[in-house]
Design a binder for this molecule. Structure first.
Ligand code: FES
Length: 561
């Protein structure tokens, strides 16, 4: 039996007569066949983010069935409802542009409809952060379920998986090491099942860091999308959702700065996606917790990276799951984590990892035998990035981490597409490729174009990596000596805007420096000469351009933080 403010009586439509509101609501939902007895129980909302445009969420209908089993068998009613869904390859101009829209949609549907708790089902890169951002803003009892990673495929005997291998094979094709037939054949093998990218990309990073944050059932981040375990995890998530509904356990009851510090430590130690830093900053911002990038660098600088997965290492997500998954990672990091941080399960991280089984394996190492022995993501500052920039040093070329070179500048994506492969492009392997106008506003939406392709003429000579700089992002599945998230962005008149061909740029990752080697007076003078174009805007684009924040604040809207 629910009390007056629970279940169907929650969030009533406003007719000025509460009795009538509940009478009408029940009349309508009975059209679906519910009895009064069922309608008197707690309600668990389930977000349905299935779409034919989102193969990473292809298993959502199956997961919903299992979540419903967990809910019904524990005495509550499951009610699924649709929200926006976003897939990386099916969102123009970029999925990041729509993340905040999805968070608003999720938040408002959670606020508007009657539910005592909600199961958020996401997976593809932007969906999990969007759901958590929206969910945390409502502060209703909630739990996250991820769709899980896809399995790997095989190309002529070689094991392959999206999307590190997508980029590797495409680079080989550009270098004319593969022909048209080869590239079409590999295209059939890179995504052999539904589910999220099978390496330590953004989706895997967000799944594992969300579990570290305390918002998922234990060891639920890594089970493959098409496994029976994934369905059992969904059932268990439904069961936990009923428990938190009964206890009215809200995120603010257990989430604190410690939980976010745990997520950041895990982000670094798994060699996680640079996008994870932007998303965790935005998620924390919804609870009024500030993630300071310099503090992140201080905390993670000497942390071991202990997971051997692409793009920094060699394995795939299914290997990580077989090695013990997220709980084994947290166990190996136990000396660095806040073990007293509480979770949605009503326990602490320390209690959860104590109960997990451990066995010999070679994917998750430990602090005495790290895959990389410094923080995987370094935060840089300097005259080119006065507020910050970042580099995933674990996926970079070591010899390029200290480098000075001549800038070869592209003013935007169109300029890049027009000139990068021209034979007369004045570029050598020691130059620094600079791409402007792909920041939060310039993109808009920070396209994942920071992995600037190696100019074709150099690729054909066998050049695999160069220092590349932009105000955009790169996919978590990508690797190279790539400086990203330069803040302020060029659209907002950051110094990146005035870099010219031939300027010298100096990178020193150990010293955390990125400098444009011209005087401050010259920078100021060039910036003064820049003209800003004011465009007429409408709809979501107007809201986005007027309110989006920079990368160091999570690219959230200022009015949602
Ligand atoms: Fe969806 Fe990679 S495209 S997780």
């Amino acid at each position: 039996m629910t009390n007056q403010e629970d279940g169907m009586k929650k969030n009533l439509t406003n007719y000025g007569d509460k009795g009538f509101s509940i009478f009408l609501r029940k009349a309508f939902i009975k059209g679906l066949g519910y009895s009064d007895e069922m309608l008197d129980k707690k309600i668990i909302g389930i977000t349905n983010t299935f779409s034919d445009y989102n193969p990473c969420h292809g298993n959502v209908p199956d997961l919903i069935k299992s979540v419903k089993t967990g809910i019904l068998s524990n005495g509550a009613i499951p009610l699924e409802f649709p929200t926006i869904t976003i897939h990386e390859s099916f969102a123009n101009p970029t999925s990041m542009y729509l993340r905040n829209l999805m968070s608003i949609d999720t938040e408002e549907m959670l606020r508007a409809q009657p539910m005592d708790a909600c199961v958020l089902i996401g997976g593809c890169d932007k969906t999990v952060p969007a759901q958590i951002m929206g969910g945390l803003s409502t502060n209703i009892p909630l739990i996250q379920l991820v769709t899980g990673p896809m399995l790997t495929g095989s190309f002529r005997g070689e094991r392959v998986g999206a999307c590190t291998d997508c980029r590797r094979f495409w680079a080989s094709y550009r270098a004319e090491e593969l022909n048209n037939e080869d590239i079409e054949e590999v295209n059939n093998q890179l995504v052999p099942t539904v589910g999220t990218c099978g390496v330590m990309g953004t989706a895997s990073t967000m799944a594992i860091t969300t579990e570290a944050l305390g918002l998922m059932v234990p060891n639920s981040a890594c089970a493959p999308a098409v496994s029976a375990d994934r369905k059992r995890i969904a059932e268990s998530t439904g069961k936990t959702a009923v428990k938190i509904a009964m206890e009215n356990l809200k995120p603010s009851d257990y989430l604190s700065e410690k939980n976010f510090l745990n997520a950041l430590i895990v982000l670094s130690s798994i060699g996680g996606s640079t996008n994870g830093l932007v998303h965790l900053t935005a998620m924390a911002g919804r609870l009024g917790i500030t993630i300071d990038l310099i503090k992140f660098d201080d905390i993670t600088k000497n942390l071991p990276m202990i997971v051997d997965l692409k793009p920094s290492g060699t394995g795939y997500m299914e290997d990580l799951y077989k090695a013990g998954g997220s709980q084994r990672i947290f166990y190996e990091l136990r000396d660095f984590l806040y073990l007293d941080a509480k979770s949605v399960n009503g326990t602490t991280l320390g209690e959860e990892i104590k109960n997990s089984a451990k066995w010999t394996q070679n994917i998750i190492t430990n602090k005495s035998n790290p895959v990389f022995n410094a923080g995987s993501i370094a935060v840089l500052k300097g005259t080119l990035a006065p507020n910050s920039a970042i580099i995933k040093q674990s996926a970079a070329t070591e010899s390029l981490l200290i480098h000075e070179g001549r800038a070869v500048v592209f003013e935007g994506l169109e300029d890049l597409a027009n000139r990068i492969d021209r034979d007369d492009l004045d570029v050598t392997k020691d130059d620094v490729l600079v791409l402007k106008s792909i920041g939060p506003k310039g993109g808009p939406g920070m396209p994942e174009a920071g992995l600037i392709p190696i100019p074709k003429k150099l690729a054909k000579q066998g050049v695999k990596d160069m220092v590349r700089i932009s105000d955009g992002r790169m996919s978590g599945t990508a690797s190279g000596t790539i400086i990203l998230h330069v803040t302020p962005e060029s659209y907002e008149n950051g110094p990146l805007a005035i870099v010219q061909n031939g300027d010298l740029i100096k990178l020193d990752v150990p010293k955390r420096k990125i400098d444009l080697m011209i005087s401050e007076e010259e920078i100021a003078e060039r910036l003064l000469k820049r003209k800003k174009v004011n465009m007429r805007r409408r709809g979501y684009n107007k809201i986005y351009m007027e309110h989006v924040t920079q990368a160091d604040r999570g690219v959230d809207f200022d009015f949602l933080i």
